[in-house]
Design a protein around this ligand. Sequence first.
Ligand code: NAD
Ligand code: DAU
Length: 331
Amino acid sequence: MTRLLVTGGAGFIGANFVRSALERGYDVDVLDALTYAGNTANLEGLDAELHIGDIGDEALVDTLTRRVDTVVHFAAESHNDNSLTDPSPFVRTNVNGTFTLLEASRRHDTRFHHVSTDEVFGDLALDDPNRFTEDTPYNPSSPYSATKAASDHLVRAWVRSFGLRATISNCSNNYGPFQHVEKFIPRQITNLLDGRVPKLYGTGEQVRDWIHVDDHNAAVLTILERGRIGETYNIGADNDHVSNKQVIELICELMGADGYEHVADRPGHDLRYAMDSSKLRRELGWEPQFTDTDSGMREGLEQTIRWYRDNESWWRPQKDAVEQAYAERGQ
Ligand code: NAD
Ligand code: DAU
């Protein structure tokens, strides 16, 4: 039996991961600071031990790292728009926090998996036929993506300099249950459930390579079990042709609504992300289960819409404050 320490396990992807890891037979400790993005309700009914604390707390991190076989590192400040308002927690958590975890893992020779993002590669033109591969040079745009890029570099340096047994995954945009209402898809779904108008930044021509959170987490488990130490794996579900405008229109269609409004664009807004995940598919045999726009995203979105409809008590407490903050920025 392998014991995992899942950092950020009370957040969106982390909590879904804890569920999948428990189902797969792992023992799970969670370390989470319960920032605005963490929620104990995400772990309700799950047989995981929650330790409330900061990944920058050296003593706590040392104690927890010592008792597990593997650290799976999800904890981060994760929202681009917030990083434009105040980058400081992004540097603290994403860079310094990752450093603290790496040092503890080095001391105890703990296997480490670092969860990162496609945003470290920057963006592509809409008509660029290329996708990001594991060898694409880093070119992050926002304080969020710059701090994630920094953390990826730290992990690679710890592998090379200290022989840390680590892997990295870079994944595209996730959607699914338990995602905070500040993010694009849950924001629009809950806007419609709340009688508000969906909000599209700028023209909405931007493209995100959407993947269902369960597909992302299945890939992380695959890398934990079969990935080669020191390697990086891109994760994506080949949705790099779907614009934000198309996503919002699909949400409106699925929810029987007919209108959305264009609001102020995000400064420095990345245009297009596109992941080449062929290395992960070829070497480790992973395949996404929710695939292509017509069936995959439709099916995944229907499931996600149902979840937000059925779980209003989960998202309701955050909704007004999130919308107030967006309104102050003209969004
Ligand atoms: P999230 O914001 O929903 O959750 C982050 C979690 O980390 C929260 O539970 C929060 O309380 C916790 N946390 C924050 N700072 C902490 C600290 N200092 N110490 C301990 N815990 C802390 O984020 P998410 O969307 O679930 O993303 C999880 C990871 O996946 C991040 O590393 C992110 O960069 C990466 N990622 C996200 C996406 C996406 O589409 N959301 C895509 C690719 C990669
Ligand atoms: O690509 C992976 C990244 O995806 C992760 O690393 C980040 O943690 C995650 O937050 C996400 O980043 P994005 O900035 O792409 O996601 P967000 O949900 O904020 O926005 C998705 C797109 O939708 C983006 O082009 C901005 C746009 N948008 C967003 C909001 C909140 C809107 O048009 N309207 C909105 O109301």
